[in-house]
Design a protein around this ligand. Structure first.
Ligand SMILES: *Cc1c(COP(=O)(O)O)cnc(C)c1O
Length: 403
């Protein structure tokens, strides 16, 4: 790998071969440097390290070899100059805003972002004089109208959670740059295996590594990828404010990245087949999934993604025609295989009722605008067999077919 040109290698290869750690023991698997601090040969060397005259490790809040390997591998996958790891996806999101923004600055954000991201905008950034305007992800004119002279960041997730709306990254990058702002994309749902926002003009990518980068629901982590000139400050924030990634978690993510492409394509394939099947079933009023030909932005998703991802949502209707919470809960409670949990990105399929879980704290008005209705159910498709997943969904359908 050391004498191969990374720009000539595919994402699948980079995920396995970038930044392999090797000690004198020559272990084939990456070692974990599970240490808080590092030692020096002499007092003079310690002074040189602390003074910045000699490069090298000091303390794991500043640098850690396992965390650095994860950062280098994810940067290579996204095609970015640099990556800074965080303790969680939310730490990456809030840390990026706190590093790059100042009082008086303005953000324009898609309203269809992760629920807690809304809390950061609404409660914390606002407290420091940073205002956010929410717009509909797919309506370019709303983004345009929301921009002010103080706008510094345009922020989105695509496809969105839970309705699988798609944002046009290339068009929004152009809009941001024409107005002196940055485009920041939360690429959690696609990962670089399926979507490369930097190639489409985005400035920064944010990840919750907790989801598909881990892939098996074990650890919390987050990351930001982008150019050196923007990430210098973000890195400084992590070193000083302290929301750093644990080396143990970084090691789990290094392992997770090795199988990322394989999982993303296999899970996307199951999700598409399940969505197409669900669309034909009585009791399903609507399926939201960008992979379906019936999705209004199917063509855009097909252009900007390599596959459609593995999160879909359905609107259910019981035999009496009710499209309410009771129908949704009955469907969920009748399943036996999928896990009732709000997490996603796991090889285990999960099912959740967004209106009362992930979006439970979102104001009614915002919930309505975001399309999070009472009869909506989100399914994050894992790696169980398609037949077993269909059989499980059939249990839910049967439960709402008997009124
Ligand atoms: C889960 C999630 C986050 C937050 O990540 P944590 O690791 O839970 O802090 C941010 N964005 C998206 C799209 C997510 O799904």
């Amino acid at each position: 790998m050391s004498d191969l040109d990374p720009s000539q290698l595919d994402v699948e290869t980079l995920a396995i071969r970038t930044a392999q750690l090797r000690t004198d023991e020559m272990a084939h698997s990456d070692p974990i440097f599970l240490t808080s601090s590092f030692v020096y040969e002499s007092a003079a060397q310690a002074a040189a390290r602390f003074g910045g005259d000699e490069p090298g490790n000091i303390y794991s809040r500043f640098t850690n070899p396992t965390v650095r390997a994860f950062e280098q591998r994810l940067a290579a996958l996204e095609g970015g100059e640099r990556c800074v790891a965080f303790a969680s996806g939310m730490a990456a999101i809030s840390g990026t805003f706190f590093s790059l923004l100042a009082p008086g600055d303005h953000i324009v954000s898609s309203r269809a972002v992760f629920g807690t991201t809304n809390v950061v905008f609404d409660r914390y950034l606002k407290k420091f004089g940073i205002e956010t305007t929410m717009v509909d992800l797919s309506d370019l004119s709303q983004w345009q109208e929301a921009i002010r002279p103080q706008t510094r960041i345009l922020f989105l997730e695509t496809p969105s959670n839970p309705l699988s709306e798609v944002g046009d990254i290339e068009a929004l990058a152009k809009l941001a740059h024409d107005n002196g702002a940055l485009l920041v994309v939360d690429n959690c749902f696609c990962t670089p295996a399926l979507q490369k926002p930097l190639e489409l003009g985005a400035d920064l990518i944010i990840h919750s590594a907790t989801k598909y980068l881990d892939g098996q629901g074990r650890c919390l982590g987050g990351a930001v990828v982008g150019p050196e000139k923007l990430l210098e400050d973000v890195n400084g924030f992590v070193r000083s404010a302290g929301p750093c990634m644990s080396p143990f978690n970084a090691w789990v993510f290094l392992k997770g990245l090795e199988t990322l492409s394989l999982r993303m394509f296999a899970q996307s394939e199951r999700a598409l087949a399940l969505a197409e099947w669900l669309e034909q079933q009585p009791g399903i009023a609507r399926v939201h999934f960008a992979g379906l030909k019936s999705h209004p932005q199917h063509a855009l998703a097909a252009r900007q993604q390599r596959a459609f991802g593995a999160v879909l949502s359905i609107e259910v209707e019981d035999a009496a025609g009710n499209r309410d919470r009771q129908a949704a809960w009955r469907f969920i409670d009748a399943t036996k295989l999928v896990s009732i949990t709000a997490n996603l990105g796991d090889v285990k399929s999960t099912i959740t009722h967004p209106a009362t879980t992930t979006h439970g704290r979102v104001k009614e008005e915002e919930k309505r605008k975001a399309g999070v209705t009472e009869n909506l159910i989100r399914i994050a498709v894992g790696l169980e067999s398609l037949d077993d997943l269909k059989a499980d969904m059939s249990r839910g359908l049967k439960a709402i077919a008997s009124a």
